[in-house]
Design a protein around this ligand. Structure first.
Ligand SMILES: [Zn+2]
Ligand SMILES: [Zn+2]
Length: 292
Protein backbone atom coordinates (compact mmCIF):
# COMPACT_ATOMS: atom_id res chain seq x y z
CA UNK A 1 0.00 0.00 0.00
CA UNK A 2 1.31 3.38 -1.01
CA UNK A 3 1.86 5.31 2.24
CA UNK A 4 1.00 8.69 0.72
CA UNK A 5 -2.29 7.31 -0.63
CA UNK A 6 -3.07 5.79 2.77
CA UNK A 7 -2.50 9.14 4.50
CA UNK A 8 -4.50 11.10 1.90
CA UNK A 9 -7.50 8.76 2.09
CA UNK A 10 -7.33 8.73 5.89
CA UNK A 11 -7.39 12.49 6.24
CA UNK A 12 -9.44 13.48 3.21
CA UNK A 13 -12.88 13.56 4.84
CA UNK A 14 -11.96 15.46 8.04
CA UNK A 15 -9.68 17.82 6.07
CA UNK A 16 -12.48 18.64 3.60
CA UNK A 17 -14.93 19.41 6.42
CA UNK A 18 -12.32 21.64 8.08
CA UNK A 19 -11.70 23.53 4.82
CA UNK A 20 -15.45 24.00 4.30
CA UNK A 21 -15.82 25.50 7.80
CA UNK A 22 -12.81 27.80 7.23
CA UNK A 23 -14.13 28.89 3.84
CA UNK A 24 -17.54 29.93 5.19
CA UNK A 25 -16.00 31.49 8.30
CA UNK A 26 -13.90 33.85 6.18
CA UNK A 27 -15.94 34.29 2.98
CA UNK A 28 -16.09 37.99 1.93
CA UNK A 29 -19.56 39.50 2.38
CA UNK A 30 -19.64 40.55 -1.29
CA UNK A 31 -19.41 36.89 -2.38
CA UNK A 32 -22.18 35.86 -0.02
CA UNK A 33 -24.68 38.06 -1.85
CA UNK A 34 -24.18 36.00 -4.98
CA UNK A 35 -26.73 33.19 -4.82
CA UNK A 36 -24.76 31.08 -7.30
CA UNK A 37 -21.83 30.75 -4.84
CA UNK A 38 -23.42 28.07 -2.63
CA UNK A 39 -24.66 26.14 -5.69
CA UNK A 40 -21.25 26.32 -7.40
CA UNK A 41 -19.43 25.19 -4.26
CA UNK A 42 -21.88 22.33 -3.66
CA UNK A 43 -21.49 21.11 -7.24
CA UNK A 44 -17.71 21.57 -6.98
CA UNK A 45 -17.72 19.38 -3.86
CA UNK A 46 -19.64 16.66 -5.71
CA UNK A 47 -17.27 16.80 -8.70
CA UNK A 48 -14.24 16.54 -6.39
CA UNK A 49 -15.60 13.47 -4.58
CA UNK A 50 -16.61 11.91 -7.90
CA UNK A 51 -13.01 12.39 -9.07
CA UNK A 52 -11.71 10.44 -6.06
CA UNK A 53 -13.57 7.35 -7.35
CA UNK A 54 -10.95 7.14 -10.11
CA UNK A 55 -8.05 7.38 -7.67
CA UNK A 56 -8.99 4.84 -4.98
CA UNK A 57 -11.96 2.74 -6.07
CA UNK A 58 -14.00 0.78 -3.53
CA UNK A 59 -15.80 -1.81 -5.68
CA UNK A 60 -15.36 -2.43 -9.42
CA UNK A 61 -19.08 -3.24 -9.55
CA UNK A 62 -19.85 0.38 -8.59
CA UNK A 63 -17.64 1.92 -11.30
CA UNK A 64 -19.28 4.88 -12.99
CA UNK A 65 -20.30 4.19 -16.60
CA UNK A 66 -21.89 6.57 -19.09
CA UNK A 67 -25.48 5.57 -18.26
CA UNK A 68 -24.93 6.07 -14.53
CA UNK A 69 -23.08 9.34 -15.14
CA UNK A 70 -25.90 10.76 -17.29
CA UNK A 71 -28.52 9.72 -14.72
CA UNK A 72 -26.54 11.32 -11.89
CA UNK A 73 -26.02 14.47 -13.98
CA UNK A 74 -29.78 14.66 -14.62
CA UNK A 75 -30.54 14.48 -10.88
CA UNK A 76 -27.82 16.98 -9.89
CA UNK A 77 -29.31 19.42 -12.42
CA UNK A 78 -32.87 18.68 -11.25
CA UNK A 79 -31.93 19.25 -7.63
CA UNK A 80 -30.08 22.53 -8.03
CA UNK A 81 -32.29 23.97 -10.79
CA UNK A 82 -35.70 22.97 -9.43
CA UNK A 83 -35.98 21.12 -6.12
CA UNK A 84 -33.85 23.48 -4.04
CA UNK A 85 -35.79 26.43 -5.53
CA UNK A 86 -39.15 24.77 -4.73
CA UNK A 87 -37.87 24.13 -1.23
CA UNK A 88 -37.14 27.85 -0.78
CA UNK A 89 -40.47 28.99 -2.24
CA UNK A 90 -42.80 26.48 -0.62
CA UNK A 91 -41.08 25.66 2.66
CA UNK A 92 -38.36 28.04 3.80
CA UNK A 93 -39.90 31.36 2.77
CA UNK A 94 -43.35 30.59 4.30
CA UNK A 95 -41.65 29.31 7.46
CA UNK A 96 -39.56 32.49 7.64
CA UNK A 97 -42.74 34.59 7.28
CA UNK A 98 -44.49 32.54 9.98
CA UNK A 99 -41.49 33.07 12.24
CA UNK A 100 -41.80 36.84 11.80
CA UNK A 101 -45.61 36.88 12.17
CA UNK A 102 -45.47 34.82 15.37
CA UNK A 103 -42.53 36.79 16.73
CA UNK A 104 -40.36 33.70 17.19
CA UNK A 105 -36.78 34.70 18.00
CA UNK A 106 -33.65 32.77 18.86
CA UNK A 107 -31.33 35.75 19.20
CA UNK A 108 -29.10 33.68 21.52
CA UNK A 109 -28.08 31.68 18.46
CA UNK A 110 -26.65 34.84 16.86
CA UNK A 111 -24.22 35.22 19.79
CA UNK A 112 -22.73 31.72 19.56
CA UNK A 113 -19.24 31.18 18.12
CA UNK A 114 -19.30 30.39 14.38
CA UNK A 115 -18.44 26.70 14.81
CA UNK A 116 -21.29 26.30 17.34
CA UNK A 117 -23.69 28.02 14.93
CA UNK A 118 -22.65 25.61 12.18
CA UNK A 119 -23.07 22.65 14.52
CA UNK A 120 -26.53 23.89 15.56
CA UNK A 121 -27.61 24.35 11.92
CA UNK A 122 -26.22 20.94 10.99
CA UNK A 123 -27.96 19.24 13.91
CA UNK A 124 -31.33 20.92 13.20
CA UNK A 125 -31.18 19.95 9.50
CA UNK A 126 -30.01 16.41 10.23
CA UNK A 127 -32.55 15.84 13.01
CA UNK A 128 -35.42 16.62 10.60
CA UNK A 129 -33.89 14.58 7.82
CA UNK A 130 -33.35 11.61 10.15
CA UNK A 131 -36.99 11.44 11.23
CA UNK A 132 -38.37 12.03 7.73
CA UNK A 133 -36.09 9.30 6.37
CA UNK A 134 -37.03 6.93 9.18
CA UNK A 135 -40.72 7.64 8.57
CA UNK A 136 -40.19 6.84 4.89
CA UNK A 137 -38.91 3.38 5.82
CA UNK A 138 -41.89 2.78 8.11
CA UNK A 139 -44.93 4.17 6.26
CA UNK A 140 -46.58 4.57 2.86
CA UNK A 141 -43.93 7.24 2.14
CA UNK A 142 -41.68 4.30 1.26
CA UNK A 143 -43.20 4.51 -2.23
CA UNK A 144 -41.50 7.89 -2.68
CA UNK A 145 -38.17 6.80 -1.17
CA UNK A 146 -37.88 3.32 -2.75
CA UNK A 147 -36.38 4.59 -6.05
CA UNK A 148 -33.32 5.81 -4.10
CA UNK A 149 -32.93 2.23 -2.81
CA UNK A 150 -33.35 0.67 -6.24
CA UNK A 151 -30.00 2.14 -7.34
CA UNK A 152 -27.66 -0.80 -7.93
CA UNK A 153 -24.38 0.95 -7.26
CA UNK A 154 -23.15 3.86 -5.16
CA UNK A 155 -21.39 6.95 -6.53
CA UNK A 156 -20.69 10.46 -5.26
CA UNK A 157 -23.90 12.08 -6.57
CA UNK A 158 -26.23 9.12 -5.84
CA UNK A 159 -27.56 10.91 -2.74
CA UNK A 160 -29.53 13.08 -5.16
CA UNK A 161 -30.95 10.18 -7.18
CA UNK A 162 -34.54 9.40 -6.26
CA UNK A 163 -38.15 10.35 -6.81
CA UNK A 164 -38.52 14.18 -6.90
CA UNK A 165 -41.26 14.08 -4.24
CA UNK A 166 -38.90 12.25 -1.89
CA UNK A 167 -36.07 14.68 -2.63
CA UNK A 168 -38.38 17.53 -1.70
CA UNK A 169 -39.74 15.89 1.46
CA UNK A 170 -36.39 14.73 2.80
CA UNK A 171 -34.88 18.21 2.37
CA UNK A 172 -37.61 19.87 4.48
CA UNK A 173 -36.21 21.56 7.56
CA UNK A 174 -37.17 23.98 10.32
CA UNK A 175 -33.84 25.80 10.06
CA UNK A 176 -35.70 28.96 8.88
CA UNK A 177 -37.12 29.27 12.42
CA UNK A 178 -33.65 29.98 13.81
CA UNK A 179 -31.82 33.31 13.85
CA UNK A 180 -28.49 32.30 12.38
CA UNK A 181 -26.06 34.05 10.05
CA UNK A 182 -26.43 32.96 6.44
CA UNK A 183 -22.78 31.87 6.40
CA UNK A 184 -23.42 29.32 9.18
CA UNK A 185 -26.50 27.90 7.40
CA UNK A 186 -24.68 27.71 4.05
CA UNK A 187 -21.69 26.13 5.77
CA UNK A 188 -23.90 23.44 7.36
CA UNK A 189 -25.59 22.87 4.02
CA UNK A 190 -22.21 22.55 2.29
CA UNK A 191 -21.06 20.09 4.97
CA UNK A 192 -24.11 17.86 4.43
CA UNK A 193 -23.46 17.87 0.67
CA UNK A 194 -19.84 16.82 1.22
CA UNK A 195 -20.63 14.15 3.84
CA UNK A 196 -23.50 12.72 1.79
CA UNK A 197 -21.21 12.58 -1.26
CA UNK A 198 -18.54 10.75 0.81
CA UNK A 199 -21.21 8.36 2.15
CA UNK A 200 -22.40 7.47 -1.36
CA UNK A 201 -19.02 7.46 -3.09
CA UNK A 202 -17.29 4.47 -4.62
CA UNK A 203 -14.14 5.45 -2.74
CA UNK A 204 -12.04 3.41 -0.34
CA UNK A 205 -11.40 5.78 2.55
CA UNK A 206 -9.44 4.75 5.63
CA UNK A 207 -11.67 6.79 7.88
CA UNK A 208 -10.46 7.72 11.37
CA UNK A 209 -12.68 6.12 14.01
CA UNK A 210 -13.57 9.42 15.68
CA UNK A 211 -14.83 10.78 12.33
CA UNK A 212 -17.01 7.70 11.70
CA UNK A 213 -18.45 8.05 15.21
CA UNK A 214 -19.95 11.47 14.41
CA UNK A 215 -20.39 11.53 10.64
CA UNK A 216 -22.00 9.18 8.14
CA UNK A 217 -19.51 7.22 6.04
CA UNK A 218 -19.95 4.83 3.13
CA UNK A 219 -19.80 1.72 5.38
CA UNK A 220 -23.02 2.27 7.40
CA UNK A 221 -24.71 3.99 4.45
CA UNK A 222 -23.97 1.10 2.07
CA UNK A 223 -25.48 -1.20 4.71
CA UNK A 224 -28.56 1.04 4.60
CA UNK A 225 -28.66 0.35 0.83
CA UNK A 226 -28.38 -3.41 1.24
CA UNK A 227 -30.76 -5.76 -0.60
CA UNK A 228 -33.78 -6.76 1.48
CA UNK A 229 -36.25 -4.22 2.78
CA UNK A 230 -36.02 -5.16 6.48
CA UNK A 231 -32.23 -4.77 6.42
CA UNK A 232 -32.48 -1.16 5.23
CA UNK A 233 -34.10 -0.08 8.51
CA UNK A 234 -30.92 1.23 10.09
CA UNK A 235 -28.35 4.03 9.63
CA UNK A 236 -30.87 6.65 8.50
CA UNK A 237 -28.75 9.76 9.10
CA UNK A 238 -27.68 11.57 5.96
CA UNK A 239 -24.61 13.23 7.48
CA UNK A 240 -24.64 12.82 11.28
CA UNK A 241 -24.58 9.11 12.09
CA UNK A 242 -24.41 10.17 15.74
CA UNK A 243 -28.20 10.63 15.58
CA UNK A 244 -28.62 6.92 14.74
CA UNK A 245 -26.40 6.08 17.70
CA UNK A 246 -28.56 8.28 19.97
CA UNK A 247 -31.86 6.73 18.80
CA UNK A 248 -30.60 3.14 18.66
CA UNK A 249 -30.87 2.65 14.90
CA UNK A 250 -27.11 2.41 14.23
CA UNK A 251 -25.87 -0.89 12.79
CA UNK A 252 -22.18 -1.49 12.05
CA UNK A 253 -21.03 -3.18 8.88
CA UNK A 254 -21.12 -2.52 5.17
CA UNK A 255 -22.61 -3.91 1.95
CA UNK A 256 -21.01 -4.31 -1.48
CA UNK A 257 -24.22 -5.48 -3.16
CA UNK A 258 -26.91 -2.80 -3.10
CA UNK A 259 -30.43 -2.49 -4.51
CA UNK A 260 -33.94 -3.72 -3.81
CA UNK A 261 -36.09 -6.71 -4.76
CA UNK A 262 -34.48 -8.33 -7.83
CA UNK A 263 -31.86 -5.56 -8.03
CA UNK A 264 -33.44 -4.34 -11.25
CA UNK A 265 -32.09 -0.90 -12.14
CA UNK A 266 -34.87 1.68 -12.64
CA UNK A 267 -34.91 4.19 -15.49
CA UNK A 268 -35.55 7.87 -14.70
CA UNK A 269 -39.16 7.47 -15.94
CA UNK A 270 -39.65 4.48 -13.60
CA UNK A 271 -38.15 6.45 -10.70
CA UNK A 272 -40.59 9.30 -11.36
CA UNK A 273 -43.62 6.98 -11.68
CA UNK A 274 -42.72 4.72 -8.75
CA UNK A 275 -45.13 6.26 -6.15
CA UNK A 276 -48.00 5.48 -8.56
CA UNK A 277 -47.29 1.73 -8.33
CA UNK A 278 -49.71 0.99 -5.43
CA UNK A 279 -52.44 3.02 -7.20
CA UNK A 280 -51.90 1.13 -10.49
CA UNK A 281 -51.88 -2.19 -8.63
CA UNK A 282 -55.17 -1.24 -6.92
CA UNK A 283 -56.83 -0.32 -10.22
CA UNK A 284 -55.62 -3.56 -11.82
CA UNK A 285 -56.97 -5.52 -8.84
CA UNK A 286 -60.38 -3.81 -9.16
CA UNK A 287 -60.52 -4.63 -12.88
CA UNK A 288 -59.63 -8.27 -12.30
CA UNK A 289 -62.26 -8.55 -9.59
CA UNK A 290 -64.99 -6.99 -11.74
CA UNK A 291 -63.98 -9.19 -14.72
CA UNK A 292 -64.19 -12.37 -12.62
ZN1 LIG B 1 -33.42 4.99 2.97
ZN1 LIG C 1 -28.43 6.76 0.04
Amino acid sequence: MNTVKRIVFTLFQPATLTLIVLFWAFIPASMLDETWVITAISIGTLVMVQGLEFVNERHTGWRLNLREFLTDLFYVTLYFAAISKLETTFAEDPLGSAKQALGITTTWAMHLPFVAQVFLALFVMEFGQYWMHRLMHNSFLWWTHAPHHHITQLNAAKGLVGNPLELFLVSLSVIALFDLPLTAVFCAYNLTTAISAFAHANVRFYTPRWYAFFFTTVEPHSLHHTVGFAETRCNYANAMILIDRIFGTFRPGEAAVVGQEERKRLTIAQQFAFPLRPVIAMIKGERQRSAA
